[in-house]
Ligand binder design. Structure first.
Ligand SMILES: Nc1ncnc2c1ncn2[C@@H]1O[C@H](COP(=O)(O)OP(=O)(O)OP(=O)(O)O)[C@@H](O)[C@H]1O
Ligand SMILES: [Mg+2]
Length: 355
């Protein structure tokens, strides 16, 4: 739905910010862009809404060249959240949210309903916050307003350039959860820039790792971590902290073979020695099957870290648990796999355990 074909950007001073960039972002996908400072992430984002024009190549949205769009319509259709949220200081929260819907000539009541709906979605009670001015909000609240303002007029595409980097870890985590929930509810195409590999893996359906104006690897978080293309990818990912803090979806070794559908279960089409997660034929998670017996389960969320995953296993009766991104089953993890993962990440030097 967003397609870059042979895109290059050289700024007037000669800086080659983007060199031969080719990428397709699918409809409804959340793609995280990550890479060292100055590698061209913001330039890439700004080319999508034509704040920056490519020096060569084309960008298409829904198969139509960006140059053939009316620039205002294009921008109304693309929500843009910046690192430093620039709310209009003299306007209330409600007025800030209403800016683009008003330009689109929505009816007053419709705008008000939309503002309320969005505020509730991010846990800000409209009766308290609608009439506040930006100066009366905390940093995290202002950031939330920035996000929902970008969403207000129902854009097809959302561009988010390090939207949470100025926030403390708790607000940041809260907003990450919000944005994931929003993404599941509203299915926007989102391009999300971050410096933080944990944020990139927790949020992205795919991660696009850039360096010096080029794409180094575009893959799902698991693939990027398990099959890094080169030493740059490895060292970038290698900055990850302790293995206990790694998101559990990275250690999900089995994505298909431990999943069993109801039909196959009833037909006896499985290995009784193996543990499975049983799903209905349309993919709903039901329970675990171990030695042919059904067991209750708890579902892990993909962004839980390994420590949290171990705690879930402590409470659960099964030795295999499903890992879901929102409502979608993305894989399974067994106690054994977690042990192997931790053992492989742990070294013993002179009798001392190091990570
Ligand atoms: N208007 C401009 N004129 C000249 N050079 C620019 C301009 N904007 C950006 N650059 C240069 O282009 C390169 C890419 O910049 P860009 O802002 O896209 O990087 P970034 O990946 O977003 O970095 P950061 O992580 O620090 O935000 C950098 O070398 C930057 O100095
Ligand atoms: Mg930037």
């Amino acid at each position: 739905m967003i397609e870059f074909k042979g895109v290059q950007k050289t700024y007037p001073d000669g800086t080659e910010a983007i060199k031969n960039f080719n990428l397709k972002v699918q409809e409804g996908e959340m793609l995280t862009l990550i890479g060292p400072s100055g590698c061209g992430k913001t330039t890439t984002m700004k080319m999508i809404n034509r704040l920056v024009e490519p020096s060569a190549g084309e960008i298409y949205i829904d198969g139509k060249d960006l140059k053939d769009y009316n620039i205002h319509e294009l921008r109304w259709n693309i929500g843009y959240v910046l690192q430093q949220i620039a709310l209009f200081p003299h306007m209330t929260v409600e007025e800030n949210i209403a800016v683009v819907p008003e330009m689109k000539k929505w009816k007053k009541q419709q705008i008000r309903d939309r503002a309320k709906e969005l505020m509730q979605m991010v846990g800000m009670e409209p009766s308290i916050y609608m009439k506040k001015k930006p100066s009366e909000l905390s940093g995290g609240q202002a950031q939330r307003v920035g996000v929902i303002r970008a969403l207000a007029a129902d854009p097809q595409i959302l561009l988010m350039d390090e939207p949470f980097s100025a926030l403390d870890p708790i607000s940041r985590e809260g907003l990450q959860k919000d944005i994931r929930k929003l993404q599941q509810q509203i299915k926007k195409t989102i391009v999300f820039v971050t410096h933080d590999i944990d944020e990139a893996t927790a949020l992205g359906d795919r991660i696009c790792l850039m360096n010096a104006g080029e794409i180094i690897q575009v893959d799902t978080p698991q693939k990027l971590i398990l099959e890094p293309r080169n030493s740059f990818v490895r060292s970038f990912i290698g900055d990850k902290k302790s293995p206990w803090q790694t998101a559990v979806d990275i250690v999900v070794a089995q994505t298909v073979s431990h999943i069993l559908t109801q039909t196959d279960f009833e037909a006896g089409n499985f290995d009784p020695e193996q543990a499975y997660i049983l799903t209905s034929d349309d993919g709903q998670i039901l329970c675990a099957v171990e030695h042919g017996k059904q067991k209750d389960i708890l579902t892990m969320s993909n962004d839980m870290n390994v420590l949290e995953a171990v705690r879930v296993f402590e409470k659960a009766k099964a030795s295999i648990l499903p890992v879901a991104k929102g409502d979608e089953l993305i894989g399974t993890v067994t106690q054994q796999e977690l042990l192997h993962y931790l053992a492989s990440k742990t070294e013993v030097k002179n009798g001392v355990v190091t990570q």
